[in-house]
Design a protein around this ligand. Sequence first.
Ligand SMILES: [Zn+2]
Length: 486
Amino acid sequence: MSAEEPPFKLRPLPTIEFPILPEDIARERRKKLLIGSSIITLTGLTGALFFLWPGIERKEVHAADRQAQPAVPADLGCVPPSDASAPPPPPPSDSAPLRDPPPRTQSRHRFGQSPGFRPALLSAGLSSSEADAVIAALEGVLDFRRCRPEHEITIERDNEGALKRFEYRASPVQIYEVRRDANGTFRGVRVEVPLEVTEAGHGGFITASLGEAIESAGLGRQLVGPFIEAFENRIDFQSDLRPGDVFKVVVVEERLNGLLYRYGQVLAMELRTQKKGVLRSFYFASPDGLGDFFDESGRPAQGSWLRTPLHYDHISSPFDPKRFHPILRRIVPHNGIDYAAPPGTPVWAAAAGEVIWVGERGPNGNLVSIAHQGGYVTHYAHLLRFAQGLRRGMRVRQKQVIGYVGSTGRSTGPHLHFALERDGRFINPATVLNMQGPPLPPPLMLRFRAEMGRLRRLLEKIELPPPPLALPKVESKPPPPPDPMD
Ligand SMILES: [Zn+2]
């Protein structure tokens, strides 16, 4: 496991790699704006020049500029539009400004599409021997196989042009550095970036949807996934939530310089609903390290099956025997449920079982199939890639990662096609996989109750903002009819 992982057990949330620091997002936006506006400015200026100055050829302008300012790129905005005989800009003075003070150079490059670490170093401008020195210094410090196109390389040279410092930045908290010490040897270290880890409680009123409520409370939308995972066996998110219902969440937050860097594990969730009462769910990790959400009776929130084997954004296509296929343009039964999720989102085994297929399979793209007790088989299609080491004949546990969301095979975008087969017939996972799971065994139940008590107190401490004015008056509505399933 990489050192990047925090010292407590948690399952990563799907969007953890996205920039969630406000400054990250702002920087991305600025980058785009800058590129966009400089293209517009250049085009505009060039156009204006042609329009206002038809008698003079472009070639001459450039030649004049080059003569006048050898080191500076032509500044088209400075060229007078109608007077070609304008005095040339002052010649560079004798105290050549390039000589003082000679700056230490720093250059930054993206890892990009380099076929390997060494080629990336060479294309970033390191000499062959410098590249070898950097690689030797980072041996055992950086896992060269984990380099990604978006990673950044920074090279600093001293006044003589010798390599002074090399930095490899995989993320704001994963930085590796090579420095030349007094003896001239290069040493590589991982730079410790301290993250402040806290358990934070948040809550708010639901007006339109849970996702909207979570966003208006200033929280990341990726917190919706755990709510669905924890409560979908007890609540229908489409029809059971009403304006004025309340959500609360206790989540591990990792902060960098005081700003939220990413969410860790969601520890506790509460929904106060007018239709289904108060529902709570608590995260609990057993000694084998596998964590799950449990209800207050200590039963797994998802029952003995994971009905949704991933954190998803939305259902893009439900189980439908009479579906009109978007690509084939005819009626083709949709034998499973499509869950839209970002590429790379981990996909879990819905229950323990034996892997009976790992590999490409026609329109399914990369497919994993698992046989379970009772004649059930689950299928996971269009995967980007498989979990490392996953083989046919292997036993997997419930919630073991088996692959990652992709768009391989006949697919219109990144999603998981999840199908359930029993005795050779496809059935709807959403209606079949809702059996209750067994409660925790007694020794674990004691520990769970203690942890649940602690988390319940944290939930109780969460203060709610004043309810939004737009909320309808609850008491003016007749109480909902009792749900026959309750
Ligand atoms: Zn599908």
